[in-house]
Design a protein around this ligand. Structure first.
Ligand SMILES: NC(=O)c1ccc[n+]([C@@H]2O[C@H](COP(=O)([O-])OP(=O)(O)OC[C@H]3O[C@@H](n4cnc5c(N)ncnc54)[C@H](OP(=O)(O)O)[C@@H]3O)[C@@H](O)[C@H]2O)c1
Length: 329
């Protein structure tokens, strides 16, 4: 430091020195965060997923993010246990994966995560017995009923959502973990949502957002429980991805600069497995998160309510149109 600057500082009152130190500390912290982001998103080498084990379990692989993740895992050389409710769709996705990766071994487990959780868990347990399962992608999730006031939701629909997003996800992790513990290696990826990590509130999707807050908290706690046992537990939080789940919602209907396709999401997601307890793998999502963090909470709350009320109107209109079309046919 030039001596004149040192002299200037020496003769400043204490409060000025304190403010300068605080400013320097904040700047250094921001700079370190920036370096960390650049490293994590662009420079950090991905983990070799095959080192966790030769099989991956993926729930909800018949469309959207789960399907794209299954393809990426097969490309990385992992065999797959595909878990979903529709055997025809499971067959179709298996054929499609063999089209690009003919040597991948695939087992399918038909399991409706919203109905018979006990039975489904029993079948999954049987299917993975003796397999070297290294990766679990707990992806299946539902956001329906969509854009409804809390008092309007049919209780059965809630229960189904809670069973898929929360109960089944937890039980599936519970079934896969013991094998990983025995081998002292494994990665568990639970798919959460930006609706709880980025948004301070998510009105008209209260139960969905609450289930995803559970997923984030469960994952963060398990991360610390199992880190020193060789198992990396992680919650990934996507913002909008162009999938079937959001096809009824205006702002995320199609892929755009702000809404990645499921393949784009999955390519980024795979690179993050094993790093951090909670992460937002897609860089464009991350930029949106960062911008959102600058906006005061009360503005988020107002805007989100307004956006979701608009969605409610659109969904209502689409339903009426579909009903009318059905009566005319
Ligand atoms: N897309 C987004 O913008 C977004 C944003 C944040 C978080 N997420 C989360 O990402 C995950 C994947 O969402 P996505 O957008 O890819 O949705 P998606 O395209 O609707 O796919 C959901 C998958 O879950 C399966 N599934 C749904 N209910 C099931 C049940 N009862 N039993 C068994 N399988 C069931 C579906 O099977 P079927 O093919 O039989 O329906 C499908 O394979 C979800 O956890 C979601 O909450 C998505």
């Amino acid at each position: 430091m030039p001596s004149s600057l040192m002299d200037d500082l020496r003769f400043q009152p204490t409060w000025v020195l304190l403010l300068c130190s605080l400013g320097l500390f904040t700047l250094t912290r921001s700079f370190i965060s920036l370096l960390r982001w650049v490293y994590s998103y662009f420079l950090r080498p991905p983990k070799q997923l095959i080192d966790y084990g030769s099989w991956a379990v993926v729930t909800g692989p018949t469309s959207g993010i789960g399907r794209a993740m299954a393809f990426e895992l097969a490309r990385k050389g992992l065999n797959l246990v595909l878990v979903s409710r529709n055997p025809d769709k499971l067959g179709e996705v298996s054929e499609a994966i063999w089209g690009v990766s003919p040597t991948t071994k695939i087992k399918i487990v038909v399991f409706d995560l919203s109905v018979d959780v006990k039975g489904g868990i029993f079948r999954l347990k049987g299917a993975i017995e003796g397999l070297d399962v290294g990766v679990l992608v707990n992806n299946a999730g539902v956001a329906t009923p969509s854009a409804v006031f809390f008092h309007e939701v049919d209780v059965d629909a809630w229960v189904r959502m809670i069973k898929v997003n929360l109960e089944s996800l937890t039980e599936i992790a519970r079934v896969v973990l013991p094998g990983m513990l025995q081998r002292r290696r494994g990665a568990v990826v639970n798919i959460g949502s930006g609706s709880t990590v980025v948004m301070p509130s998510f009105p008209l999707y209260a139960v969905y957002a609450a289930t995803k807050a559970y997923v984030a908290q469960l994952s963060k706690s398990l991360y610390h429980e199992y880190k020193d046992k060789g198992i990396d537990v992680q919650c990934q939080v996507p913002l909008f991805v162009a999938t079937k789940m959001v096809s009824g919602l205006t702002e995320a209907k199609r892929r755009s600069v702000f809404v990645p396709s499921s393949s784009e999401y999955a390519q980024a997601a795979i690179r993050w497995i094993g790093h951090d307890a909670l992460c937002m793998p897609n860089f464009i999502h991350f930029l949106q998160w960062w911008i959102a963090s600058l906006v005061p909470e009360f503005i988020h709350d107002k805007l989100r309510l307004r956006v979701n009320l608009r969605q409610r109107e659109i969904i209502k209109r689409l339903r009426t149109e579909a009903r009318n079309a059905a009566t005319h046919n």
